[in-house]
Design a protein around this ligand. Structure first.
Ligand SMILES: Nc1ncnc2c1ncn2[C@@H]1O[C@H](COP(=O)(O)OP(=O)(O)OP(=O)(O)O)[C@@H](O)[C@H]1O
Ligand SMILES: [Mg+2]
Length: 336
């Protein structure tokens, strides 16, 4: 039997498994900065990223996408759960992430704002080869040779070598960030809204570049984004988060063609995509997500859900379903 793709499978030595992961940020108030509560940024997320697979992760602002990505990259400690490659634990609750140099090489992250991510005092040559030099991976190549090769991979010529970040356009800067991440031949790259800040035409170029690099290097992406149309195009599977939780997970096409969660349907209605719901099915989502510091009881989506009834206000629905399309909704079967 094929294991459910969302369940961490210790037998799969090559998969990155996120098992029941929660990340919380303490809320401090008063003169003594006492902890008064916590923002539940990520709650009980379980996901498995197979080698070479792209998972698209969507959801409204503040739902926890970046926090989950940062936890995967080892940049956030876990309040609960475990992140592992096969049997090898990388992060677990109660300890700072334990990443060896080799672990850090295998998982890279590319951020939304390339200007903030790049040291303004370094040239493109130094920026793209910094990691290689740090990890002792330059081999017989000089830094200039390695940089020329890496910049060429992302479509930048030799003239880029000695320029500083401020001399590039936004799209070129993001290419440098991608070259930096790819230089270490990672197995997983967390791409956090890498194209959102760019012009539409440049967005497409950056997305195409990531697709090409994946084909060339068999890298696996956790692709965080808002645009479900773009995510569908690049992802094998897609997940939607709401208030820190994954509420739907499934194959990219099924996700857009047959969304099961009322929230996914509302997201698809808000951003029309080819093949998405039309006409009467296009209902616009009202209201704001509740506070992640004070989540409502029961299903977190119930205060905004047109289908909510008693059970939804009382009990948290589990992420469940047949085979590979999973949904956390008591009313998934009754949905229009
Ligand atoms: N460093 C932090 N300290 C306290 N709270 C934080 C911190 N970072 C994020 N949060 C909170 O955690 C929750 C999840 O934030 P996160 O940035 O992961 O969301 P997101 O889905 O990436 O949103 P966006 O689409 O706007 O990038 C939000 O409520 C946010 O306010
Ligand atoms: Mg974010």
């Amino acid at each position: 039997m094929v294991p459910a793709p969302h369940s961490p499978a210790p037998a799969d030595a090559d998969a990155l498994s996120i098992g029941h992961v929660s990340v919380r940020y303490p809320i401090r108030r008063g003169v003594f900065a006492r902890v008064r509560g916590a923002v539940h940024a990520v709650e009980d997320v379980t996901l498995r990223l197979a080698p070479g697979e792209t998972i698209g992760l969507a959801g409204e602002s503040g739902c926890g996408k970046t926090t989950l990505g940062r936890a995967v990259a080892g940049l956030e400690p876990l309040a609960a759960g475990r992140i592992a490659i096969g049997d090898r634990t990388l992060s677990e609750a109660g300890r700072p992430p334990r990443r060896t140099r080799a672990d850090r090489r295998r998982i890279q992250m590319v951020f939304q704002d390339p200007l903030a991510a790049l040291n303004p005092r370094l040239t493109a040559c130094d920026l793209v080869t910094e990691g290689l030099a740090e990890h002792g991976l330059l081999g017989a190549e000089t830094r200039e040779e390695a940089a020329t090769r890496l910049l060429a991979e992302v479509g930048l010529g030799k003239d880029a070598l000695w320029k500083y970040p401020f001399e590039f356009s936004g799209g070129q800067r993001q290419r440098i960030c991608i070259a930096r991440a790819m230089a270490l031949r990672p197995d997983w790259v967390v791409c956090d809204e890498v194209a959102s800040a760019l012009d539409v035409s440049v967005q497409a170029q950056v997305i195409n570049l990531l697709t090409d690099l994946k084909a060339r290097h068999r890298v696996s992406y956790l692709m965080i984004g808002h645009d479900l149309g773009v995510l569908r195009h690049v992802s094998d599977r897609m997940a939607v988060m709401y208030l820190g939780r994954i509420v739907e997970l499934g194959p990219a096409d099924a996700f857009v063609d047959r969304p099961l969660h009322p929230y996914t349907r509302a997201l698809l209605a808000a951003v029309p995509v080819p093949g998405g719901p039309r006409g009467a099915a296009r209902k616009v989502l009202r209201g704001e997500p509740p506070s992640a510091a004070n989540p409502p009881p029961g299903c977190p989506f119930h205060p905004r859900c047109p289908l909510a009834r008693g059970e939804c206000r009382r009990a948290m629905p589990a992420l469940a379903g047949d085979a590979d399309h999973l949904v956390a909704c008591h009313r998934a079967g009754d949905a229009p």
